[in-house]
Design a protein around this ligand. Structure first.
Ligand code: M6R
Length: 367
C-alpha cells in the first residue's frame, strides 16, 4: 500500500504533482478563463462584503493559512487575520456576523479547530471549511467549503495536504479578486496559466532534488539545531520547513522571517549552525542576498533554495538546491518539496520512525 516507497511520507511527497492537479481538477478551467468553486460562488457576496476574513487552523494548516493571508490580501484586497485555533478560542475574540471564518484542517477532526469554529458560529460568523477528509466533523459543521482532494494522507507529517491547501487558497484568492475587480483580467489569465503549470514544476523539482537532498541530509545527521529563513510568501514556507524537520527528526528547528534574524537569532549563528534559506529570484531577492552575507560573515552553514541559474546567493551557499522559477505567490508550493525531502532523509538517516514520530498523532482530537 506504500506503492513501493519505504514510507508513506515519501510516497505522499511524490504524489504531489497528482494531488495538486486533483485539487485543481474541474475548478481551474484555463481555456475558458474561469475558476469554478461552488462553495465560494454560492456565497460570494458574503465574502465580498466581509469586514475581514479570519483563518483558523493548527500546525501545518496554520502555515498554509499564513500564505492564504498573503494571497487573499494581495489579490482580493480583503483584510485577513490568521489565528491559532487554540488561542482564538480562549481569548474572547471580537467576531460579528460580518466576518467570514475559514477553517483549514487536513483531518477535519482537530479539536482546537473544531472548538474555535463552534465559537465563531455562535457569534454569527459565516464559516467556511478547507478540509481534506470528506465528511469529517469540521466539514460537516461549516456553512460551506472546498475539499482539497489530496487523497488520504497517512504519514503524520503533513506534506501533500499542505500543497493542496495552498492550491485551494490560491484558487479562492484569484476567484475573489477577479469577482471584486481587484485582479484584472490579463493578470488573472496569466496567473491561472502559471498555476496550471505547477504540477509539472513539482514533478521537475522532485526529479532534480531527490538525490541531492539525500546527499545534503547525510551531512546533517548529527545537527542539533537548524534555522529556516524566508521572506514574503516564503516566510511561512520557512516555518513549515522547520516544523517538518523537528517533527520527524527531533532536531530543534526554527523558522523566521529572514529580516528578523538581526533582531535576535543572529546571536546563534556560528560554524555549527545550519541555515536553510529560501531565496527565489522573485520576492525581495536583494534583501535576501544581504541576509545571506550576514550569515556567511558568521560562518553559518548555508543551504540555499534558489532558482535555476542563480549566482549571487549560490556563490555564498555551502549547498544549493535549485527550483524552477514561478510567480512569487506560487513559490512556497515548489520550494516546500525539497524541504520535505530534506527533512525526510535527515530523519531516515537518524533512524527515526518518520511515519509515526514519537508523541504525535495524525489527528489531534484533544484540546
Ligand atoms: O488535521 P489538521 O490539518 O487540522 O491538523 C493540524 C495539525 O495537527 C497538523 O498540521 C500537524 O501540525 C502535523 N503533524 C504537521 O505535519
Amino acid at each position: 500500500e506504500k506503492g513501493g516507497y519505504e514510507h508513506f511520507m515519501l510516497k505522499e511527497i511524490f504524489e504531489q504533482p497528482k494531488s495538486v492537479h486533483d485539487t485543481m481538477r474541474g475548478r481551474l478551467l484555463v481555456d475558458e478563463g474561469v475558476i469554478k468553486m461552488a462553495g465560494i460562488w454560492d456565497h460570494v457576496e458574503r465574502f465580498k462584503n466581509a469586514n475581514r476574513i479570519i483563518i483558523i487552523a493548527c500546525g501545518t494548516s496554520w502555515h498554509a493559512g499564513l500564505i492564504g493571508e498573503y494571497l487573499i490580501e494581495e489579490y482580493a484586497r480583503i483584510p485577513v487575520e490568521v489565528e491559532y485555533a487554540s488561542e482564538f478560542r480562549y481569548r474572547n475574540p471580537i467576531i460579528t456576523d460580518k466576518d467570514v471564518v475559514i477553517a483549514i484542517s487536513q483531518s477535519g477532526e482537530t479539536a482546537d479547530t473544531m472548538a474555535a469554529l463552534k465559537l465563531a458560529k455562535e457569534k454569527g460568523a459565516f464559516i467556511y471549511g478547507i478540509c481534506n477528509v470528506v465528511d469529517s466533523s469540521i466539514a460537516r459543521i461549516t456553512d460551506a467549503g472546498s475539499y482539497t482532494h489530496a487523497g488520504p494522507e497517512i504519514g503524520v507529517a503533513s506534506t501533500k495536504a499542505f500543497t493542496a491547501q495552498l492550491t485551494i487558497l490560491t484558487l479562492i484568492a484569484f476567484k475573489l479578486g477577479k469577482h471584486n475587480g481587484n485582479l484584472g483580467n490579463a493578470e488573472f489569465m496569466s496567473l491561472i496559466a502559471e498555476l496550471d503549470a505547477i504540477p509539472k514544476k513539482i514533478e521537475d523539482v522532485l526529479s532534480t532534488t531527490h538525490e541531492l537532498t539525500q546527499n545534503i541530509a547525510k551531512d546533517f545527521v548529527k545537527a542539533t539545531n537548524f534555522l529556516y529563513l524566508g521572506r514574503g510568501y516564503n516566510y511561512p514556507a520557512a516555518l513549515e520547513g522547520a516544523l517538518k524537520l523537528k517533527e520527524i527528526s527531533y532536531i530543534h528547528a526554527e523558522g523566521y522571517p529572514a529580516a528578523e534574524m538581526k533582531h535576535g537569532p543572529i546571536a546563534l549563528i556560528d560554524e555549527n549552525m545550519p541555515i536553510v534559506i529560501i531565496a527565489p529570484k522573485k520576492g525581495h531577492y536583494d534583501k535576501i542576498v544581504s541576509n545571506v552575507q550576514e550569515i556567511k560573515a558568521r560562518k553559518g552553514k548555508i543551504i540555499a533554495v534558489v532558482n535555476k541559474g542563480d549566482r549571487q546567493v549560490s556563490e555564498m551557499a555551502d549547498y544549493v538546491i535549485e527550483i524552477p522559477e514561478t510567480s512569487e505567490c506560487f513559490s512556497p508550493i515548489v520550494a516546500s518539496v525539497p524541504l520535505q525531502l530534506l527533512a525526510y532523509y535527515i530523519a531516515v538517516y537518524r533512524g527515526a520512525n518518520v511515519d509515526q514520530p514519537r508523541n504525535l498523532a495524525k489527528s489531534v482530537t484533544v484540546e
